[in-house]
Ligand binder design. Structure first.
Ligand SMILES: Nc1ncnc2c1ncn2[C@@H]1O[C@H](COP(=O)(O)OP(=O)(O)O[C@H]2O[C@H](CO)[C@@H](O)[C@H](O)[C@H]2O)[C@@H](O)[C@H]1O
Length: 537
């Protein structure tokens, strides 16, 4: 019998990633109104950071720098600043956190100076208070944010500290990032993430960071910001209105990356003034449903639009259903797809702390004892299914290591990480033919394709059920045969790391032409997965 992991992993956590797709959004902001509203278009971000030294010459530093202890890198490069609502392992509800955890170290390994900025949802014991503060306009009043920092795997991790992040989520990292309960958003998410965008724009200028052996001082103004999902939609607009119109960040550019288009950050149109953006940006944010749409604004105002696989990029512009009503906007701007990598140090079957029996491609075999147990369980409960509906990192690793097949029956899948994780653990995937699954799973070689499934989430099409059942049966018949063994091997010998994707990202970001940007070098990240970068309440 084949042990089968269903797409539970892909679906159970979906309730956490709530986003702002909220017709029920009603925000009570009266309590936040204050006397210091500034006119649209004026610089509303004020900093009280202490003076910082000028950034030293990168090349001079690299030339004379000592050999790095964590990352092998040298020469050239660019300043890249990722901004997002999640950053694994400090915060994660799904793949967005994984990407902001794994891609930046791979870029840093190639010699780029890389910062990632996300909220400080918890008292992370490895992140220090920089003592740098900034006053940010949040709705009608100014709020003070503090910047916390740690340097890990060659990357500056910057955490924005504000009560609207820490007080809500404290001690519950991984949950409650977007709302008090699954399916419920915080009423002030618009203000929380506007604060994140504005604070993120301050960080490269005011933080003097000196841990990296090749760089020191602030990043400065020649940077490329990489915005991720709707939470960062207004960042490009703030860059233009608060800085570039005042002669700051003249050469900076932005890229906007779509991980999940289902959550677009739709808010009542009457809330637009709360963003403190000039009128000229209103048309970028307004939407056909009479709301403002953060993702639309993010797409239209960025210098480049990306998503996480080439096939998904095609799907997004194919029509309303797969483009979720933003297809026409993306046809206008164009969109580039780059397949995600995965964190091969976190997901390593030969070292995985969660699994008792470590293995690699040369030891990928099943245990007779467990096979017998499964068979007897099947005899006893022939029609029963075990569903575990909770976020459990250890169980996720167990499933990848223990299953014979992984079913990923997504209607949409921008890239998908669980099929990569499955393949890394020698678990071929039975997947729907959509998005990144098309780009990453090869029929008959590393998995099985069901064909495309309907995107109408309200109905279960009998034809889709048939497709899934037929493909599962087809796959189960292969399990245990030499063909299956070959598929397991094909899965495990692939390089699924961030190395290749990081190079693709580099080329795309270089094409934006930020002053001083240069190609990186072939670097190897050699740092072990840091044990200490876990959250601690
Ligand atoms: N119950 C559970 N317990 C523990 N861990 C669990 C879990 N359920 C899921 N996970 C983990 O969460 C991550 C899920 O990432 P995915 O990329 O598969 O989907 P997600 O929709 O979150 O990401 C979105 O963004 C990513 C990143 O771009 C795209 O790959 C994807 O297609 C897009 O939908 C994986 O690391 C998985 O192991």
């Amino acid at each position: 019998m084949a042990a089968l992991a269903t797409s539970q992993l892909a679906t159970t956590h979906a309730g956490f990633g709530l986003g702002g797709d909220t017709s029920m959004f009603r925000r009570g902001v009266q309590g936040l109104r204050g006397p210091r509203a500034s006119a649209p278009g004026t610089l509303s971000v004020r900093t009280s950071a202490r003076a910082v030294p000028r950034q030293q010459s990168r090349r001079a530093q690299r030339g004379g720098g000592r050999l790095p202890s964590l990352v092998v890198c040298a020469a050239a490069g660019m300043n890249v600043v990722f901004v997002g609502a999640e950053m694994a392992p400090w915060s994660k509800t799904g793949g967005l956190g994984d990407v902001l955890g794994g891609l930046p170290p791979a870029m840093a390994a190639n010699g780029h100076r890389v910062m990632v900025i996300s909220p400080r949802y918890d008292q992370y014991k490895d992140a220090w208070d920089t003592s740098v503060v900034s006053e940010i306009k949040m709705g009608d009043r100014y709020e003070t944010v503090r910047f916390f920092h740690c340097y890990k795997r060659g990357v500056d991790r910057v955490f924005i500290d504000h009560p609207s992040f820490l007080e809500r989520v404290w001690g519950k990292t991984g949950e409650k990032i977007y709302g008090p309960d699954a399916g419920v958003d915080y009423k002030d998410n618009q203000l929380r993430f506007s604060l994140l965008c504005q604070a993120a724009l301050e960080a490269p200028r005011i933080l003097s960071l000196n841990n990296n052996p090749y760089f020191s001082g602030p990043y400065g103004e020649d940077v490329v910001f990489v915005c991720n999902d709707w939470h960062t939609g207004p960042l490009s607009s703030y860059l233009k209105s608060n800085y570039q119109s005042n002669g700051i960040y003249r050469n900076a550019k932005t890229a906007f990356c779509i991980h999940n288009i289902s959550y677009q950050g739709r808010f009542a149109f009457s809330d637009y003034p709360e963003l403190n953006l000039p009128e000229r940006f209103r048309s970028s944010f307004d939407f056909i449903d009479g709301k403002i749409n953060w993702m639309k604004g993010g797409i239209l105002e960025a210098d480049r639009v990306l998503t996480v696989s080439p096939y998904y990029a095609e799907e997004l512009i194919s029509g309303i259903a797969r483009g979720c009503e933003l297809d026409n906007i993306m046809r206008l701007t164009g969109i580039t797809g780059i397949v995600n990598g995965m964190d091969v140090s976190e997901w390593d079957p030969s070292k995985d702390k969660y699994i008792a029996t470590k293995y690699d491609v040369s030891t990928g075999t099943g245990k007779k004892k467990f096979e017998r147990m499964l068979m007897s369980a099947e005899e006893k409960y022939p029609d029963k299914v075990r569903a575990v509906v909770k976020f459990n990192a250890a169980l996720a690793h167990h499933i990848m290591a223990g299953a014979d097949l992984l079913a990923v029956t997504s209607r949409f899948e921008p890239c998908g990480l669980i099929q990569l994780q499955g393949m890394r653990y020698g678990t071929p995937c039975v997947c729907a033919s959509t998005g990144g699954l098309v780009d990453t799973v090869i029929e008959g070689k590393t998995g099985f394709h069901t064909g495309r499934l309907s995107v109408d989430c309200k109905v279960v099409e009998p034809a889709d059920v048939q497709k899934v059942a037929t493909t599962l049966k087809r796959a189960i018949r292969v399990v245990g045969t030499p063909v299956y063994e070959e598929m397991v091997r094909n899965c495990m010998i692939q390089d699924l790391s961030w190395k290749g994707p990081a190079k693709n990202w580099e080329n795309m970001l270089l094409s934006l032409g930020v002053a001083g940007s240069q190609p990186g070098i072939e670097g190897e990240e050699i740092a072990p997965l840091a044990k200490e970068n876990v959250a601690a309440p």
